[in-house]
Design a protein around this ligand. Sequence first.
Ligand code: ADP
Length: 367
Amino acid sequence: MSYLTLRGINKIYPNGYHAVHDFNLEIEKGEFIVFVGSSGCGKSTTLRMIAGLENISKGDFLIDGVRANEKGPRERGVAMVFQSYALYPHMSVYENLAFGLTLQGVDEDVIEQKVYKTAKILGLTDYLDRKPRELSGGQRQRVAVGRAIIRRVDIFLMDEPLSNLDAKQRVTMRSEITQIHRETGATTIYVTHDQTEAMTMADRIVVMKEGYAQQVGTPYDLYFNPVNMFVAGFIGEPPMNFINATVKGGKLNIKGNVIDLGAIADKSVIDGYENKEVAFGFRPEAIRLAEGNDTGDAYRITCTVELTELLGDNTNVYADIQGIKTILKVDPQETPQIDEKLEFAIPYKSVYLFDKQTEKRIKLRAQ
Ligand code: ADP
């Protein structure tokens, strides 16, 4: 049996707004789960229902197989870290860390031991006498994380804990949180709108949109096997390219570039889409620049270069296929010239097709 079960969870706010629809998830002990999606998709609401800060309108929440809907946050054994760190400004780091335990009447000796142990995990040992204002944003966030982990709870909930940090601090804290998770082994649910955070930190990701979970899977799964256009476009940076086209005689004609779908899908599948619109998808990093007679197992498309961005490890090429905009990632050594005509190849195995009507992925032969 799973450690945490969310079964048919719904949230309808008192004003009638239905924020979360039929959310189902089984979480194993020690897993690091990330809820990801754009602002307003219901991530925090779901997390707050798990925390016991928001009541569940419909559905069951189980901890270790026991219904916990009616239990308060403390009884659930959860600790939560929020976006704003909410440290006590007049207290030192030591006192901030110790505060919750002091309230619980824990022995001073035990508190001291726990504070030092937590400070060590978080690299805060040298800062215990400082006040929050004397710390960097990253250090303050570490104290906030410390206040949560010092209680040694089984379930650790984090709501956009890194969004107040600058880009560099975020990258550092990302790996620190992963490290802390490894050390504490606490089951963790982490909310973010940032797909990079989700991809780098999660054991499994839940992609949400407008109150519905779209897909649950490992980062690898979501990247290589997205179930629909939303997940395909959300995971990956720059996002997947989508080109809309109508199937005619089993082929797509993308501004004179003929894509014979027979190379990637069975006839029975293609026939079902005759005269229907599909989205032809490929990731910017999946292409290669086509050289003269390079025809092996790939579609070739001709475009015109509009803009290039040299990023160091690669170059983003913004290209135009007679009015259709695409982004390609190329080796910086192969950065093309603006206005250059470019032919690129998309390996068959890197092509995705989606039903434009349902936005669901169409099963291809190799996938
Ligand atoms: P996210 O965390 O993904 O940004 P939230 O879970 O905070 O999204 O919110 C989901 C939706 O529920 C949003 O449209 C938000 O406006 C709405 N919402 C949040 N809190 C309340 C509330 N107390 N009453 C009514 N609607 C709310």
